[in-house]
Design a binder for this molecule. Structure first.
Ligand code: F6R
Length: 571
């Protein structure tokens, strides 16, 4: 959470930084800010809310910027980054949490703090230490004193230099002939260069005189080559659609095809390697959060069918439940590849000797780099905070993985069936959204592979349409939740062909007066003839459409729901 960017080069820094912040907006959108250096010192801009191009700083060739997702200190202009030293020489932007900020603050003398953030201590620390040390020494001192996770950008307006250092939070460096960039990920500068390298924990970079030097915490130079990354950037301003979410839902048939092609060409070897690792290990544990966790539930369902003993654990609870050892394969599933809970689960498992594999969307992400084998879901950049096309591609990847382990799954016309489902049901979703928009609670029920889909639709209704929703196993209703079903309560049932068990659960809610909404081959929402595996995709897209139109009907900020961010880099 929070996005940082820095630039020094021949271009106009405020413009480069603004463009980078626009691309990093999915990491946080409570407030934003930038600092550039001009002849007389720092030029600072801070704003609450949306990015505004007219509010950037004056022309300059060096600067830093920040998108905030509030952790310490409320959403306000004062708490927006950059934070500035008392003498106005230094400005910092920070992503992460400084756990011992109070202790650090107590060790410093006579600084004036203006914000309620943990981050402000960094700039005062650097200011105080540079009384007797060089900036680099002060950074090394900070790396040795700070606890927590951080990716920090530091602008020295006196020497007109940039520095960046990190532990636990991601930090990438971008290089082109005209300048050097740093950012929370490669999107920060992907509009300018595709040549990059990634900093590892406890490293820092000095950007000066048209070049950069990478060093470790002891000050030793590190030689690391930049690499070219291939990453097709989505248009930040969607033109033909009202929101990114609907654009991304409608791209699902295409993105699934793209994934399949890659799994039969450039990703063939990594898919095989993943399959081999799964078959070679005694224990296979998936770990993920949110939507990716729901995809992993489906993955486990499919692998169990193929005879693989697998399980999945929510990443934030991983350490409380797992017993990983050297015979364990841990497979992390993550869109961003940066989720802190997942990274912590990986570190913990590595410590126990487990092998790490992963399934990610963002190329070169931290999770990918920590894995022995990683397969990409190839959904392209997803801009809406809610995961839609990436969920579909994660599940599509699991289908291919299960097929690779030997089970016969018929899904050859999947993309066509998804397109047909969208076409047939979009109008119905728009109509029903008018009714659902005023509801307080919605229940979604499914069984077998439709159960994770029920949970996924519920998550979407909560985060995008702000409606309390519960996705559950149909068979569990009678064990308690049925008490909440009364006249008119909406219950969405996911009913694949020939599934008599879920039919009896539907009857149970209908007998209590529920507003019963059926997703079935003939129902309120109709899907074409399909296998149970294909049904999971078709029910998913209908659930996504319904959520989208309900949120739109309510006039909500569909692509940027309140309190959330796309890349969750805090615990
Ligand atoms: C919901 C959503 C989140 C993420 C979760 C994990 O629409 O996007 O629940 O799935 O924060 O993120 P990744 O997949 O990046 O690890």
């Amino acid at each position: 959470m929070c996005g940082i960017i820095g630039y020094k080069g021949t271009e106009n820094a405020p413009e480069v930084i603004f463009n980078g912040l626009k691309r990093l907006e999915y990491r946080g959108y409570d407030s934003w800010g930038m600092a550039t250096a001009n002849g007389s010192g720092l030029d600072i801009v801070k704003q609450e809310g949306e990015l505004e191009p007219s509010k950037t700083t004056e022309e300059s060739n060096i600067g830093i910027g920040h998108n905030r997702w509030a952790t310490h200190g409320k959403v306000s202009k004062t708490n927006a980054h950059p934070h500035v030293s008392c003498d106005n020489r230094f400005a910092v932007v920070h992503n992460g949490i400084i756990e011992n900020w109070k202790e650090l603050k107590e060790e410093l003398n006579g600084h004036e703090y203006v914000s309620g953030t943990d981050s402000e201590v960094i700039v005062h620390f650097i200011e105080e230490k540079t009384g007797t040390e060089t900036v680099e020494e002060a950074i090394r001192d900070f790396l040795n004193s700070a606890k927590g996770s951080f990716a920090v950008g530091l602008l020295d307006s006196k020497e007109k230099n940039l520095f960046a250092f990190k532990r636990g939070s991601p930090l990438a460096l971008g290089v082109d002939g005209e300048g050097i960039f740093f950012g929370s990920d490669i999107y920060a500068f992907s509009g300018y260069t595709n040549e990059s390298l990634f900093l590892e924990d406890n490293e820092y970079v000095v950007i000066e005189n048209g070049g950069f030097v990478l060093k470790d915490v002891s000050g030793k130079r590190i030689q690391r080559k930049t690499r070219k990354f291939e990453w097709k950037e989505e248009e930040i301003d969607q033109k033909e659609f009202d929101h990114h979410m609907i654009k991304e839902i409608k791209s699902i048939p295409r993105t699934i095809q793209k994934l399949r092609t890659s799994l039969h060409s450039e990703q063939r070897e990594s898919l095989k390697e993943l399959k081999n690792l799964i078959q070679e290990h005694e224990k296979v544990i998936f770990t993920a959060s949110g939507t990716s966790y729901h995809a992993s539930l489906l993955g486990v369902f499919l692998l169990q069918k193929a005879g693989v003993e697998a399980q999945t654990l929510i990443a934030s609870e991983f350490e409380n439940y797992e017993r990983a050892d050297e015979n364990t394969l841990v497979v992390a599933v993550s869109q961003s590849g940066e989720t802190k809970d997942v990274l912590d689960a990986i570190e913990h498992s590595k410590g126990k000797g487990a092998t790490i594999a992963s399934i990610v969307n963002v190329p070169h992400s931290s999770i990918e780099r920590k894995s022995t084998v990683s397969v990409r879901v190839k959904a392209g950049q997803e801009i809406c905070v809610a995961a839609t096309k990436t969920f579909a591609n994660q599940v599509a990847l699991f289908l291919e993985l299960a097929r690779e382990t030997g089970i016969d799954l018929k899904t050859s016309e999947l993309a066509e069936k998804i397109s047909e489902t969208i076409e047939k049901n979009e109008g119905k979703a728009k109509k029903l959204a008018k009714e659902l928009k005023d509801k307080k609670d919605i229940y979604i029920i499914g069984r077998g592979p439709a159960y994770p889909v029920a949970r996924e639709i519920a998550l979407k209704l909560k985060e995008i349409a702000y409606i309390h929703a519960e996705g559950m196993m149909g068979g569990e209703l009678k064990h308690g939740t049925l008490a909440l079903i009364e006249e008119g309560t909406p219950v969405i049932s996911l009913i694949p062909e020939n599934s008599s068990e879920i039919e009896s659960n539907v009857k149970e809610v209908e007998a209590r007066g529920a507003n019963s909404i059926r997703i079935a081959s003939s129902g309120d929402f109709e899907v074409p003839e399909c296998t149970p595996e294909e049904f999971t995709f078709l029910a998913t897209v209908i659930g996504f459409l319904l959520t989208y139109y309900t949120a739109k009907e309510k006039g909500l900020p569909v692509d940027k729901p309140r309190n959330l961010a796309k890349s969750v880099t805090v615990r």
